[in-house]
Design a protein around this ligand. Structure first.
Ligand SMILES: C[S@@+](CC[C@H](N)C(=O)[O-])C[C@H]1O[C@@H](n2cnc3c(N)ncnc32)[C@H](O)[C@@H]1O
Length: 290
């Protein structure tokens, strides 16, 4: 990658000019960081002392083009730079595959803290893996375990495969194309930990999402049917057969679905039901055990 030097004064003038065209400062600074290689902390130092020299990985012209595209057709910056930092690693991102969200990082924490031992072996699954974010995190945290990542989108699986290969090269994670538990029938009854961030947004609400999401991220990854709960229902229904006795199912859901998802779990006979909250204090994760 080429590296370009320019003065801080020049860079800050460019930044002001881009913001005159519109957009949020936080997004432009994200682009400078992940597209231009200028860490946020370095940018803050530059604001205090603009006489410093700056080094960028891309020219201001290239960055202007990306910013312009983001402003005109609302393409998410993660798609434009092909990257998405998540937990302690840097995922590849690509169009047609859901961009992992910050709140989902917590699902991994809640999962790991419920396991009796991270060292022993076991079997995990990530249903609806998308970019493979959860699968990569589990593969890195549980290297002795047998992992399975499922998605019904072949584009998502191809991206998950690349992310797993680069970020968890020694993992025992198999990828499966298909619907939820269906491709995992061989291993039913043996899953100790299953994480799912399903499409859970009610159809009417998907239509009202901002264009940066609605017009670019896959509908299949967002829409959970009329009430948003269809994927949760499908996943929970078979969980009692697929989990091992004592195995955990942990699902992310919409901000107002906690009671409904926990009820679905209870009806299927899952036990030790609980919820966890997201970074805004909203009940966001439903947890149950066979
Ligand atoms: C909200 S995204 C979550 C992606 C990833 N787990 C994450 O947290 O970033 C939901 C994912 O479920 C997948 N999906 C939707 N319906 C599915 C189905 N019936 N079977 C398997 N995967 C499905 C979508 O393709 C998408 O990748």
């Amino acid at each position: 990658m080429q590296s370009l030097h320019l003065s801080g004064i020049e860079l800050l003038a460019w930044r002001r000019k881009q913001l005159d065209h519109g957009g949020r400062q936080v997004d432009l600074d994200w682009l400078l960081d992940f597209g231009g290689g200028l860490r946020w902390t370095s940018l803050q130092k530059l604001i205090l002392n603009p006489n410093r020299l700056v080094q960028l990985d891309q020219s201001l012209e290239e960055l202007s083009q990306l910013w312009h595209q983001h402003l005109t057709d609302h393409t998410p910056l993660q798609y434009l730079v092909g990257r998405c930092p998540w937990r302690d690693f840097d995922l590849e991102a690509c169009p047609d595959v859901f961009i992992p969200r910050q709140e989902t990082e917590l699902l991994v924490e809640f999962a790991l803290e419920r396991l009796e031992s991270l060292q022993s072996s076991g079997r995990w699954a990530d249903l609806g893996t998308g970019s493979g974010a959860l699968a990569v995190a589990l593969a890195r945290a549980l290297p002795a375990w047998d992992g399975h990542a499922v998605d019904c989108s072949s584009k998502a699986l191809a991206l998950a495969a690349r992310n797993l290969k680069r970020l968890a090269p020694h993992s025992n994670c198999r990828l499966h194309l298909g619907s939820w538990w269906e491709p995992l029938k061989t291993w039913w009854g043996s899953f100790r930990l299953v994480l799912v961030n399903p499409p859970y947004i009610p159809q009417m609400i998907v239509e009202q999402l901002p264009p940066v999401v609605r017009e670019h991220e896959p509908y299949l990854a967002l829409c959970g049917g009329t009430d948003g709960l269809q994927a949760c229902r499908d996943v929970i229904q078979q969980s009692i057969n697929a989990l091992e006795v004592g195995g955990w199912l942990m699902l992310e859901h919409h901000h107002d679905q906690s009671d409904s998802v926990l009820n679905l779990m209870e009806k299927q006979g899952l036990k030790e039901l609980s919820f966890e909250r997201d970074l805004h204090g909203i009940k966001r994760f439903a947890i149950g055990k066979r």
